[in-house]
Design a protein around this ligand. Structure first.
Ligand code: FE2
Length: 126
């Protein structure tokens, strides 16, 4: 299976997560086996805790993970929040204990797409 830019893959052996910067005919592999493509929003998990919520304010665009904030515990947390605004990628990496929220300084007229990565429930988009 060919790879495409911005696809996110996870190794089911060691847990490494990798994003593709440029696609190709090859297959992503790690620990001697193919990596699993994380498809957006398809994991069977609580939707209201995973879909990124986009809000605009004075500081720019704030992305909160979940209408009900997602847990940020050591074993289950949001690893990153990404915002693509007019083709420019902005990303914040998060750690357990922080809130699952990120504010990006982008113009309100921007076309935006937000993605987030949960360490257990994969990739979600809005
Ligand atoms: Fe989760």
């Amino acid at each position: 299976m060919a790879t495409e830019r911005k696809q996110v893959y996870k190794c089911s052996v060691c847990g490494i997560v990798a994003e593709v910067l440029d696609g190709g005919a090859g297959e992503m592999s790690c620990c001697g086996q193919p990596m699993k493509l994380l498809t957006e929003n398809t994991v069977d998990a609580s939707k209201e805790k995973h879909v990124p919520v986009i809000a605009w304010g004075d500081g720019g665009c704030t992305v909160t993970v979940g209408g009900v904030e997602h847990p940020m515990e050591p074993k289950h947390f949001i690893q990153m929040i990404e915002l693509e605004a007019d083709g420019v990628l902005h990303r914040r990496f998060l750690s357990p204990g922080e809130r699952p929220v990120a504010t990006f300084d982008v113009k309100q007229t921007s076309r935006v797409v937000a993605r987030e990565l949960c360490n257990l429930h994969g990739l979600w988009k809005s």
